[in-house]
Design a protein around this ligand. Structure first.
Ligand SMILES: Cc1noc(C)c1CN(C)Cc1cc2n(n1)CCN(c1cc(N)ncn1)C2
Length: 395
């Protein structure tokens, strides 16, 4: 026998169902207004191609062609100085063109802004923070391996890179930057291209530019072509076979630390034989040099006349006139050669005949860093598919 309470509930339900139209009319009516999702630059063909791939179906050529015509993009990467210390790319941030350091070793898009003391802005383009776009309660603070850093608040604004648009990108506006950035009047900020899991925005991590746009690209990839003492490119959404020779060799990426992290399985100095080694490394456009295990570095400089690991200069140095041997790193079974001339970074001081090596010890870092010294002879594909991978080819 149902209880009184359950009978009451049943009656109440029946009442709702049995109410006459008049009754319903009397009841307070309400409207659910739909809010249109912010317009994203759509690439329908890319979405279709993604669906075909999702179900393991070969994407028809006409769909691929249409997808490739989507908002893919290319932006220049220009050396900031004569030594390729870093590379800067023009980016439209909320209507102002800033020159940002694209950094595959971090995941914050931050920039100099109108929130900083004006003295810090001398010589910089900067983001004009619009209060109406402020992300309430959000802040960020980032520190880099060299001790530099910045911090500030967050805005949601339009960011355009090489014709590819993120309509509501988390723009991390600086309120304060470290001395290194204050003294560097070329860099207006960074655009992080590592995994969003290491973004520093609190209380909720923000997405990188690439994470925000990748679904609208023909393919979830970006390719890095940094050059020796010359302008290169970042390509988004497509591969460009004119930018490399031979094959692209792919290897798996470990994403647990938020980096484009992989393992190199050996190395060779000059024309010497290959030594087998397991080198845990990250690809990092935001780092200038190539940092490797000390035993590997020692083996390289053993073949460089008058090289020494200098306490004075804090690393391996040699006479600037030295002809340096090439250096080979094995990745995915392929031999990736770094030309010897790329391994002379710069004089230790302006006018000095002692030069600082592009290969240095990774002691204290915890892993190896394949920075610009390695990258500037390579075409590097970063594929953020369901199983991310990284590919290397010789330029
Ligand atoms: C001038 C100049 N010369 O060499 C540099 C660098 C500069 C730029 N200048 C001093 C300021 C500066 C400091 C940093 N950057 N720019 C770029 C981001 N940094 C990273 C990124 C990363 N993935 N890993 C480690 N650090 C540190």
């Amino acid at each position: 026998m149902p209880s009184l309470a359950s009978l009451t509930a049943i009656i109440a339900l029946l009442g709702l169902v049995a109410a006459s139209p008049v009754d319903i009319q009397k009841r307070k009516t309400f409207t659910v207004s739909q809010v249109e999702r912010k317009q994203f630059i759509k690439n329908g063909a890319a979405q279709t191609a993604k669906t075909f791939r999702k179900f393991g179906v070969k994407v028809p050529a006409h769909i691929l062609a249409a997808a490739a015509a989507g908002p893919n993009g290319t932006v220049a990467a220009v050396p900031s100085d004569a030594y390729d210390s870093l590379y800067l790319s023009p980016v439209d941030v909320g209507g102002t063109t800033l020159h940002l350091d694209f950094d595959t070793g971090s995941a914050d898009l931050w920039c100099f802004s109108s929130l900083q003391a004006s003295a810090q802005l001398t010589g910089h383009d900067y983001y004009k923070a619009d209060a109406s776009k402020k992300v309430s309660g959000a802040s960020w603070k980032i520190s880099y391996g060299d001790g530099s850093g910045a911090s500030g608040t967050v805005y949601a604004d339009k960011v355009v890179v090489g014709g590819v648009t993120a309509t509501s990108q988390a723009v991390e506006a600086a309120t304060s930057v470290s001395t290194q950035f204050q003294q560097d009047r070329d860099t207006d900020g960074l655009l992080g291209l590592a995994f969003s899991s290491i973004n520093t925005v609190k209380p909720t991590a923000a997405k990188t530019f690439f994470d925000n746009v990748k679904a609208n690209l023909a393919s979830p990839v970006f390719a890095v072509t940094l050059k020796y003492h010359a302008a290169g490119t970042y390509d988004f959404g497509f591969l460009d076979s004119t930018k490399y020779t031979g094959d692209i060799t792919y290897t798996s990426v470990k994403t647990t630390n938020g980096f484009w992290e992989f393992t190199s399985t050996g190395y060779a100095v000059g024309s010497g034989s290959t030594t087998t080694a397991s080198i845990d490394a990250i690809a990092d456009t935001g780092t200038t040099l190539l940092y490797l295990p000390s035993a590997v570095v020692k083996a390289y400089y053993a073949k460089v006349t008058s090289a020494q690991n200098s306490n004075t200069y804090g690393g391996w140095v040699f006479p600037c006139s030295t002809t340096l041997p090439d250096f080979t790193l094995v990745i995915g079974g392929s031999k990736q050669v770094v030309p010897g001339k790329h391994i002379n970074y710069a004089p230790v001081q302006t006018g000095s005949t002692t030069c600082y090596g592009g290969i240095q010890d990774n002691t204290g870092i915890g892993f190896s860093i394949f920075g610009d010294i390695f990258l500037k002879s390579k075409y590097v594909v970063h594929e953020m598919s369901s199983t991310p991978r990284i590919g290397f080819a010789q330029q």
